[in-house]
Design a protein. Structure first.
Length: 141
């Protein structure tokens, strides 16, 4: 199995093992599955000497007049449909009732970036940017 296949496999395995919503740290309003470093933590074991080889970080917002519960429900469902070849969040599009999740990205597993959005009808209620790739293992001075 190549490194990329291993990373994709680990990312998909982690995603499918998600349980009910839990909070990963006090005050964090996102389910632990959505915490910024969840993928990096899960993939550390795929590196030599317990060093991470791949990381993904993201930042986003939710419209102030929107309940977070339906947003996280839609987001979690979209993430369960993550494309196998591009494990950068969810698919290009996922629809559920009045909500639409969209995801656009560029790059490959080694270096990528993207943006995901959720709309309710035509109203934008969630938006996040993300980036990631292989962790540079070179030693500095």
């Amino acid at each position: 199995m190549t490194t990329n296949e291993g990373l994709r496999s680990k990312a998909r395995s982690l995603l499918f093992s998600l349980q009910k919503e839990t909070h990963s740290s006090p005050g964090l309003k996102a389910p632990s599955a959505l915490a910024p470093l969840w993928v990096a933590k899960a993939l550390e074991s795929s590196a030599a000497e317990n060093k991470p080889v791949w990381i993904m970080v993201y930042y986003g917002w939710i419209s102030g007049d929107t309940s977070v519960d339906p947003i996280y429900a839609i987001l979690r469902n979209a993430l369960m449909k993550m494309p196998e070849e591009y494990p950068y969040r969810g698919p290009k599009e996922y629809k559920e009732n009045e909500y639409t999740y969209t995801n656009s990205w560029q790059g490959e597993l080694e270096q990528f970036s993207g943006e995901e959005k959720i709309t309710q009808g035509k109203k934008l209620i969630y938006k996040a940017s993300y980036l990631g790739g292989l962790v540079d293992q070179q030693r500095g001075i």
